[in-house]
Write a protein that binds this ligand. Structure first.
Ligand SMILES: *[C@@H]1O[C@H](CO)[C@@H](O)[C@H](O)[C@H]1NC(C)=O
Ligand SMILES: *[C@@H]1O[C@H](CO)[C@@H](O)[C@H](O)[C@H]1NC(C)=O
Ligand SMILES: *[C@@H]1O[C@H](CO)[C@@H](O)[C@H](O)[C@H]1NC(C)=O
Ligand SMILES: *[C@@H]1O[C@H](CO)[C@@H](O)[C@H](O)[C@H]1NC(C)=O
Ligand SMILES: *[C@@H]1O[C@H](CO)[C@@H](O)[C@H](O)[C@H]1NC(C)=O
Length: 569
């Protein structure tokens, strides 16, 4: 008889703990462009990252953690939706762009994509994002905010809707469309000379076209060049502004105070919501160029401004985990740290070149490990073991399934979710990852595929194409901004190259074509690619030219367009 009340008590207790209280908080920390070779606990002993290292000491460090893309916009889209960016139309493409290029573009994370924040919001979570977004703003007007974080499941936003770029720092040379701008200048001069010549010859009676035609020619040209002049001349105003929820607070932003403001925002979000449950996504502006670093950290690292910038970010992380500790939330908070993709090897200038440790390739080179293998640290004392290293293949998209499950939500059933629940692996219940295949795109081109052959405990990777590196074999394209993903800039591998990543993580020695398992492995992967391709459906492309150039009518503006500036705080 005593058994029945006991069973009821257990049932009651388990539903009660699900209904309130015991839902964990989530603090997700994402660096921008940080390489796996640039973190202390991943082997860098010349940079100081004590706070990231502390998270690893108190939790689980993943050494085979893979980003879904090697560039910001697609990688972040995948992170938030748990789906390969090709499923949401958030990949770049040939003849288009690689990422969103302005804040005033109509492309962005489609409104019918469901972020983990949206699902957690429905589960009673207060959700916030602080920092970089880079997933679009508006669709049709200056303030419809269709792609804004507040329309994608976040209750609170503070930060930079676009991304840090050199143009945000007045003293730096511009980095946006540099080649195109040089062309524009040339054509503007050509246009001016042609127009002047036409007017003079007309005046002298040698030209037979009417004045009306000349006026139309002049007007079209002037409007065209004036449009680009305004777009580029005031780029800092158009792209580098801070916003709180739907309100611009600083246009252009003051870089010297941004890091401090972001830290304060993150701490105050944690304090405001300590009764929980909450989800806070801190998306750092570091360590994207221009590597602007506040005075306190300038000149302090062994790696110039680049290293200073990393150490500044580590300090910010220390402040944020400090707030979790101070509020007594540590045992009820899953804290995660990662980077959106590998470090940028080409750099805009040599001092800004990143480092991906033993892995070949970097930002933008979708198929190589250096582009996509990133730090991944999970801390949740009492739930995850401390000081533990897991070398099983995992993906940034897995966060989606993991936090939704922990928050009591359900994965959307009407679409494919590529991420997998990491809890069994992180808690040590499973020792083997649930991933079999991962597909590595460079824009919309499938460059390589990873296969975890569990029966042989081997992670294979096949390369179908790779960029023509310069110099050859460098794993980077020095002297250009990015390697190509298709066309003349790539080499097709037919038959494909195969690597045993388990034994050759630097992808140096292709497995011989005529030896042992080559055929079997390549065939198995071929089949997985075919199945993957069947699962893809055409969707509207968000980064195509027309969706991805400056639309003045979509320009977020503090003031009356085009006079956009303010400093409210
Ligand atoms: C640490 O990271 C810096 C910055 O990328 C890099 O230059 C340096 O080589 C790395 N040091 C080690 C020991 O890995
Ligand atoms: C967190 O849990 C650990 C044991 O897992 C305990 O030692 C520690 O005191 C707890 N901290 C707080 C703030 O509750
Ligand atoms: C791949 O490399 C690992 C580590 O060197 C080795 O244990 C494994 O046997 C290799 N797999 C094959 C199929 O050669
Ligand atoms: C995997 O291992 C089995 C034996 O354990 C072997 O027969 C098979 O050829 C291996 N496959 C590959 C692709 O290495
Ligand atoms: C979102 O809408 C687009 C355009 O109608 C459609 O192609 C796509 O499949 C939709 N995505 C989802 C996840 O429903």
């Amino acid at each position: 008889m005593a058994l029945i009340p006991a069973v009821f008590f257990l049932l009651w207790a388990s539903t009660a703990s699900q209904a309130h209280g015991n839902k964990p908080n989530f603090v997700l920390l994402m660096a921008d462009d940080l390489g796996i070779g640039e973190v202390g606990c991943y082997g860098n002993n010349t940079l100081r990252t004590p706070n990231i290292d502390r998270l690893a000491r108190e939790g689980v460090k993943l050494t085979h953690h893979i980003a879904a893309s090697s560039l910001c916009t697609p990688s972040r889209a995948a992170f938030l939706t748990g789906r390969y960016p090709i499923r949401s139309g958030m990949t770049g493409h040939d003849g288009g762009y690689l990422v969103l290029m302005w804040s005033a573009v109509s492309g962005g994370l489609p409104t019918n994509e469901t972020t983990f924040a949206k699902i957690l919001q429905e589960q009673g979570y207060t959700t916030g994002i602080i920092g970089k977004w880079h997933l679009g703003v508006n669709c049709r007007s200056r303030d419809d905010f269709c792609h804004h974080p507040l329309n994608h499941g976040f209750d609170y936003y503070y930060g930079l809707l676009y991304t840090l770029i050199n143009d945000c720092q007045a003293s730096m040379p511009s980095e946006i469309h540099v080649a195109f701008r040089a062309q524009l200048l040339f054509y503007a001069q050509l246009f001016a000379v042609t127009l002047l010549t036409a007017m003079v010859t007309k005046r002298m009676g040698f030209l037979t076209v009417s004045w009306k035609v000349l006026v139309i020619f002049a007007s079209v040209g002037i409007i065209y060049f004036a449009y680009w002049y305004v777009a580029y001349e005031f780029l800092r105003y158009w792209n580098c502004f801070l916003m709180r929820d739907f309100e611009i607070t600083e246009q252009p932003m003051d870089l010297e105070t941004t890091a401090g403001k972001m830290v304060n925002e993150a701490k105050s979000f944690i304090r405001r919501n300590k009764e929980g449950p909450f989800l806070l996504f801190v998306s750092f502006l570091q360590i994207h160029s221009p590597h602007f670093t506040t005075e306190k950290f300038r000149g302090k690292s062994k790696h110039g401004l680049y290293g200073d910038n990393i150490e500044e970010m580590d300090w910010m992380i220390g402040e944020i985990i400090g707030a979790i500790d101070e509020e007594g939330l540590v045992n009820n908070t899953l804290t995660y740290f990662t980077s959106d993709h590998g470090a940028y090897l080409e750099g805009l200038h040599p001092a800004g070149r990143g480092f991906n440790g033993i892995y070949r390739g970097g930002k933008g080179i979708g198929g190589l490990e250096g582009a996509i293998r990133v730090p991944g640290i999970f801390r949740w004392p009492g739930v995850f073991p401390a000081n533990t290293i897991i070398d099983e293949p995992t993906n940034l998209m897995d966060i989606y399934a993991t936090v939704i499950k922990l928050g009591g939500g359900k994965l959307p059933k009407d679409r494919i979710i590529d991420g997998k629940d990491l809890m069994p692996l992180l808690q040590g219940v499973d020792s083997v990852s649930s991933h079999d295949f991962m597909f590595h795109y460079c824009t919309d081109q499938l460059h390589s595929v990873r296969w975890y052959q569990k029966s042989n405990q081997t992670v294979w990777k096949v390369h179908y194409m790779s960029p023509k590196f310069s110099p050859e074999g460098a794993g980077a394209c020095y002297g250009t901004k990015f390697c190509s993903c298709s066309g003349n800039g790539i080499i097709l591998h037919n038959p494909p190259l195969l690597y045993n990543l388990s034994g050759d993580p630097s992808e140096k020695n292709p497995f011989p074509h005529d030896v042992g398992p080559y055929r079997e492995v390549v065939q198995e992967i071929e089949q997985a690619v075919a199945n993957h391709k069947i699962s893809l459906h055409p969707v509207p492309q968000q980064l195509y030219r027309f969706n991805n150039f400056w639309h003045p009518r979509l320009q977020p503006c503090c003031g009356t367009f085009p006079l956009c500036w303010c400093h409210k705080e």
